[in-house]
Design a protein around this ligand. Structure first.
Ligand SMILES: *[C@@H]1O[C@H](CO)[C@@H](O)[C@H](O)[C@H]1NC(C)=O
Ligand SMILES: *[C@@H]1O[C@H](CO)[C@@H](O)[C@H](O)[C@H]1NC(C)=O
Length: 828
């Protein structure tokens, strides 16, 4: 303060010195802002006035309307600061600034002009009107863009006035001052480095204005720069490629992935919209993107088998039109959604039954579009059929026979092929093939029986069907068509075809001729059954035809011999007792069985009371004592009937002579009709017979003697010579033997049948005079013989044989002898 004061005094002094030379006018110079009461100037002295004068003149200051900043101290005759002087308030920017006033004195009136120059003091700092400056500058503003700043104001003038500006920091902007014509400076801020909102969206600068006073004063203002966004950033996807997987057949609406892009800009420039660009693979139809959220969503159907991967080109764009694109790779995952498809490649629906095991029946191809396990397929076929399935190559399976086929067992197979994949759950499908087995001629015809026996009654009409053979063939159709063929053979030297024929189709056997049981009792042949296969198969069977007897032959009486001319008579001595065996009617029937079962009946008799005929054996016996009154000549008519249906019969006349001597008989029988020629013949034969018989008889005697030595052999020879034909017994015949005691006739006629000629009946006769028949009266004896005869036939070496032969020949000889006697007798 002291310094200031001194300076002011110096200044005042100087200004005083300066004005003192000017009469009537005094000037002073003072700085502004001097305290009240500060000394301005010694006016009394400067005006050359006495202080007393000032008092007397009542000196005063006249300022007119202006404010009085200066007062006059009359005591001291000096001017003092009355009020604070602010130069800026008085003169503003005007310089220099002076206060003008007058000092007026009275008595006499004196008038003095006083000028007080007020000099500036740096009492004002530069100031900015606004507390802060705000700018909104787009980040896209180009370098060199000028922004005008507000000027600062410094009320001081001159050096104390505003001198310069400072801007800090200077990263982006520099200050540029431009002098104006009015001497002021225009303050500008120039962009020298681009702004980046994304780096700094707000800048804060300080502009400082500095004056040139001492001390220097300054004022500062804050400049706020808001960096405005410009769309200088394109959206950027977070990934260049997005990868996702999706199960095929996922339901529409499934979110696949969410893509996202970011934009460093803000506001609408950062508002991103997503979209899917069209693509060749049609992904844009299958996927949709939420434009706001970037969720990629399935809207269509995916099929792994059609397309395994999709490339979705997505684009993100902000509202400023900048874009980015990215790619979403969607891998479709397989699900087991395809049933294996079975294609039958080669369908042979018919195979022959003789194919080898392992023959391929068919091949199936399997298609399963799924992948991996889902597409791995295994095939199987139903059980219990002679086929198996095997994999030939990938996706091909062949069905082969695994054992032999037999159409006769199964002519058709339904092969169900089931194929399933290995997915979880597994899918499967199946097809059924119907396979027909065609026939091969592998079965021969088989007769219903291993052999056949058929009966036919004799005297059949030729062409009659006898019976039917039948053979079946398990094959089919032509292979099973059986034809019947008669195989060549001969029956008794005659081809069998002249006996029977067979119908090739029906197997009916026909008789070609009429059979005669008495000629042929049975025969057999073979019938072949042949099928129509190629080559044909055949089998044969034996057929035996048994011819059944018919009662077509009447009994034939062998004894007594019925001749036209001669009369044969049996002699009965008058002394004969009751039951005397007169003779025996011997008859045969060439039929057999019942048809040959003969019975005898007395039809007519001279004296019915005298004779009877054994119904079974034909023996004629007396039934009472012969008396003298009985006629010599007795004539019996015996009827022989067989047991056939209807029965046939024969009648025989038996002459009996009841007499004791030949003459008696002769006289009685002389009236018997004679046949000269017959008798001549008979005579010849008798003589011949006599000679032969005699010879034989002698031979017999020799033989009988020889028997002692060559018993067995000789008897055999004898037997054979007598019985060359084996008698025939109907099957039931032997059964009755045990119950009926009178079947001697059977034996008898069998014996007789050995010689078919009546004339040789007497072969074993012997000349002699015996007229008594020695018969074996015991029935049991006869039966014994009969039974044993059968066994002897079976065993020809039986010892019984000889006995039988002996007794037989004895009996025969006795009968023959009697007849011989009669003939001889007649000769005389
Ligand atoms: C095979 O199938 C057919 C039709 O389903 C049927 O008629 C036939 O009887 C079947 N065959 C066999 C041998 O099962
Ligand atoms: C008849 O069949 C038998 C087997 O039953 C056979 O041995 C024989 O050779 C066959 N004969 C003919 C002529 O075919």
């Amino acid at each position: 303060m002291a310094v200031i004061t001194i300076r002011r005094q110096v200044l005042a002094l100087m200004s005083f010195l300066c004005f003192c030379s000017v009469t009537g006018q005094v000037s002073y110079s003072i700085p502004e802002e001097m305290p009240k009461g500060s000394f301005v100037g010694d006016i009394a002295r400067d005006l050359g006035l006495d202080v007393k004068r000032l008092k007397s003149g009542k000196a005063r200051i006249y300022t007119g309307d202006s404010a009085e900043y200066i007062e006059l101290n009359k005591e001291r005759g000096v001017l003092l600061i009355k009020d604070r002087i602010d130069r800026e308030a008085i003169c503003a920017q005007t310089a220099p600034c002076a206060l003008h006033f007058q000092v007026i004195l009275e008595n006499p009136m004196e008038f003095y002009s006083i000028t007080v120059e007020v000099t500036d003091v740096n009492d004002n700092a530069p100031i900015f009107k606004r507390g802060e400056m705000k700018f909104r500058i787009s980040e896209s503003a180009t370098i060199g863009t000028v922004f005008v700043l507000e000027q600062a104001i410094d009320l001081d003038v001159g050096l104390n006035g505003l001198q310069s500006y400072l801007l800090k920091p200077t990263d982006n902007f520099v200050l540029k001052l431009q002098n104006q014509p009015d001497g002021s400076k225009m303050v500008e801020m120039v962009l020298q480095k681009p702004l980046d909102r994304e780096k700094t969206d707000h800048l804060s600068l300080v502009l400082t204005a500095i004056d040139g006073g001492e001390p220097q004063l300054s004022g500062a203002v804050q400049i706020h720069v808001n960096v405005l966004d410009s769309n200088d950033n394109a959206p950027v996807f977070t990934q260049k490629i997005y990868k996702s997987t999706l199960r095929e057949n996922s339901p529409p609406g499934t979110i696949v992935i969410t893509v996202s892009a970011c934009d460093l800009d803000e506001g609408s420039y950062a508002k991103i919209t997503y979209e899917i660009l069209n693509s060749v693979d049609g992904a844009s139809e299958i996927f949709d993107i939420n434009g706001e959220t970037g969720e990629v969503k399935l809207v269509g159907n995916t099929d792994f088998e059609k397309k395994r991967q999709y490339q979705i080109h997505v684009q993100a764009s902000d509202e400023g039109g900048l874009t980015d694109s990215s790619k979403v790779t969607v891998e479709i995952l397989d699900t087991n959604d395809n049933v294996p498809a079975i294609n039958v490649m080669s369908k042979s629906s018919l195979i022959t039954e003789d194919v080898q095991p392992g023959t391929v029946v068919t091949i199936v191809n399997i298609q399963d579009p799924d992948s991996g396990e889902n597409g791995k397929v295994q095939c199987d076929i139903n059980n219990n059929i002679p086929f198996s399935v095997s994999s030939t190559s990938t996706n091909f399976f062949s069905i082969v026979t695994d054992s032999e086929l037999d159409r006769e067992r199964a002519s058709e197979y339904n092969i169900t092929v089931t194929c399933s994949d290995e997915g979880v759950p597994s899918l499967s499908s199946s097809v059924t093939l119907t396979l027909q087995i065609s026939d091969v001629n592998d079965n021969e015809p088989v007769f219903e029986r291993s052999s056949y026996e058929a009966y036919i009654v004799e005297n059949n009409t030729p062409g009659v069907s006898i019976f039917t053979v039948r053979a079946t063939d398990a094959d089919w159709n032509q292979n099973a068509r059986v034809s019947y063929i008669l195989e060549d053979s001969s029956v008794n030297g005659v081809p069998v075809s002249s006996y029977v024929s067979i119908s090739a189709d029906s197997g009916v056997i026909h008789a070609v001729r009429s059979f005669d049981y008495e000629q042929i009792k049975d025969f057999q042949f073979r019938v072949k059954a042949q099928d129509g296969g190629s080559p044909p198969l055949s089998s044969n069977v034996t057929v035996k035809i048994l011819i059944q007897d018919q009662n077509d032959n009447p009994p034939q009486v062998l004894y007594p011999v019925q001749t036209g001319g001669s009369v044969v008579a049996e002699m009965v001595p008058r002394s004969a007792d009751v039951g005397y065996l007169v003779t025996k009617v011997v008859a045969v029937d060439v039929d057999s069985g019942q048809n040959a079962w003969l019975s005898y009946k007395l039809q007519k008799a001279t004296d019915r009371a005298l004779f009877e005929v054994g119904s079974q054996n034909g023996e004629i016996r007396t039934i009472r004592q012969v008396s003298d009154k009985d006629a010599v000549k007795q004539r019996l008519s015996v009827i022989v009937e067989d047991n056939g249906q209807p029965s046939r019969s024969a009648t025989v006349i038996v002459n009996v002579a009841v007499a004791d001597s030949f003459p008696e008989v002769l006289s009685e029988f002389s009236d018997f009709p004679h046949d000269k020629e017959y008798n001549d013949n008979l005579t010849f034969y008798l003589v011949l017979a006599l000679a032969v018989v005699s010879f034989l008889f002698i031979t017999c005697l020799v033989v009988i003697i020889s028997v002692k030595i060559y018993r067995w052999r000789q008897s055999r020879i004898l037997y054979h010579s007598n019985l060359p034909v084996i008698p025939y017994y109907p099957p039931r015949y032997s059964d009755t033997l045990g119950t009926t005691g009178t079947l001697q006739h059977v034996y008898n006629y069998e014996v007789c049948r050995t010689t078919d000629s009546r004339k040789s009946d007497c072969k074993f006769g012997r000349a002699g005079s015996q007229n008594v028949l020695i018969m074996d009266p015991s029935c049991s004896g006869t039966m014994q013989r009969m039974q044993s005869e059968k066994s002897i036939l079976d065993e020809p070496d039986s010892p019984l044989e000889k006995t039988r032969n002996t007794s037989k020949s004895t009996e025969r000889r006795s009968a023959d002898r009697r007849r011989l006697v009669l003939y001889i007798f007649r000769l005389f």
